[in-house]
Design a protein around this ligand. Structure first.
Ligand code: T4K
Length: 389
């Protein structure tokens, strides 16, 4: 790896890039290869590929057991799982969501003719600000979707109190929160239900996949019907539905990766600590931290670039990308600035000052089992050289 001594060593100023192959945010964690291969052998033997196969059932059982919930309904991805959960809960009219999240949270509502109403966040936590949520409640509001951004718990108690006070349904987008706890309780157990994503880029992946977890028997039953066209046995359709099924090969990947999940978290935690050490001497770069009293997958290495840094967030992005370190500006510019929402709600930003401010400051750095050991200190050296006089 090249050493950065002066600005002239930066790829952005013409020097060769540090990495030949790009270093991605979200490079998949792959563990348990032998388990995966042997489970796939079994799929060949059984000729059972999808439609609630034995591996999907085993996967659901293991996830439910790990989180301590009654039901895990596995789906083909997190977005379909959100859509099905929203429909099964009977949400309609307006539903309050953060803008500061992956756009799938809002899309899952809009796709079904429900209006996502964006509420602002607390800049300290990046999660919904309950007072901002309160301000967005109208007679058309039927629910709230809290997002546990970066796997850090949304303000669960406050949102539940608001939902109870106004007769609203509360569910959580827990796409980032597999492996997280809140007051020591696994995330997955809060609200009416919680939705997980197991996309390739998540700490724990099933290639593509998602699930809704809940203790509610009726809700789980409705979602099981909905993910399979509403079929109850052969020829008997009893519910409107779609195709949200997880396939056997994805469940095999999930079972294999579950075996190695603790190793993934250990690697992420070590990398996060290395970033903390490397960046602590750089004024104006703040690494968001995880509560030592809670579990978290430490998957997201999120920094905020303050004015004090001496260059803009986007200048740092350009410098790192030139080195082939493909850092991401998640979730710039905020869902409210994406289509169709920017056209539907052109003034939404006026009610989202914290979201707008954060969107200009945040940067997500690469992490995961494949992260080169030298990456955190190299990234810090690029940042330091960029602003050196
Ligand atoms: N709610 C929240 C809060 C979410 O963050 C997400 C998903 C959802 C709901 C919806 O869940 P899913 O329907 O996705 O299950 C990525 C992911 O596609 C998305 O799952 C994730 N959040 C979001 C935060 O990030 P993109 O479009 O920004 O990145 P993508 O998929 O192009 O991947 C990022 C980089 O990772 C690539 O540049 C290359 C690398 N990569 C990717 C894949 C797929 C690999 O190295 N190997 C791979 O197989 O959305």
């Amino acid at each position: 790896m090249k050493t950065i001594r002066t600005r002239a060593d930066l790829a952005i100023h013409g020097a060769p890039p540090a990495f030949v192959e790009p270093l991605h945010v979200g490079s998949p964690n792959l563990v348990g290869r032998e388990t995966f291969m042997s489970l796939v052998e079994g799929i060949y033997g059984r000729r059972w590929l999808t439609n609630n196969g034995p591996l999907v059932q085993e996967f659901e059982r293991r996830i439910a057991e790990r989180l301590g919930v009654k039901h895990c309904v596995a789906m083909c991805n997190g977005t379909l799982a959100l859509e099905i959960a929203i429909r099964a809960l009977g949400l309609e009219g307006e539903v309050i969501v953060p803008s500061w999240t992956f756009v799938a949270t809002a899309h899952a509502l809009h796709w079904q003719g429900i209006t996502p109403v964006f509420a602002d966040i607390d800049p300290a936590t990046h999660n919904l600000d309950p007072e901002a949520v309160r301000r967005m409640i109208t007679p058309r509001t039927t629910g709230i979707i809290g997002v546990h951004l970066w796997g850090r718990a949304a303000p669960i108690d406050e949102l539940q109190a608001l939902a109870d006070e106004h007769g609203l349904k509360l569910m959580f987008d827990a796409a980032h929160a597999f492996g997280s706890t809140w007051h020591g309780v696994p995330i997955g157990r809060f609200g009416a239900c919680e939705v997980l994503s197991f996309h390739a880029t998540k700490a724990f992946n099933t290639m593509e996949g998602g699930a809704v977890v809940t203790d509610d028997d009726e809700l789980a039953e409705a979602m099981r019907l909905m993910r399979n066209f509403g079929f109850q046995g052969y020829d008997n359709v009893v519910h409107p539905g779609t195709n949200g099924k997880m396939i056997e090969v994805c469940a095999a990947m999930g079972l294999a990766n579950l075996e190695g999940f603790d190793r993934i978290v250990d690697a992420n935690r070590r990398n996060h600590a290395a970033y903390q050490r490397a960046l602590q001497g750089t004024p104006g770069i703040k690494l968001i931290d995880y509560s030592p009293g809670e579990s978290n997958s430490y998957h997201y290495v999120v920094i905020e670039i303050e004015d004090q840094f001496g260059a803009s967030r986007d200048e740092l992005v350009a410098a790192l990308q030139a080195e082939n370190i493909l850092v991401r500006r998640y979730f710039w510019p905020g869902s409210h600035q994406m289509r169709p929402y920017r056209d539907l709600f052109p003034h939404a930003r006026l009610l989202l000052p914290n979201t707008c401010e954060l969107a200009e400051k945040v940067l997500v750095l690469p992490n995961g089992m494949g992260l080169p050991e030298s990456a955190p200190s190299f990234i810090a050296s690029v940042a330091n050289a960029l602003v050196a006089g």
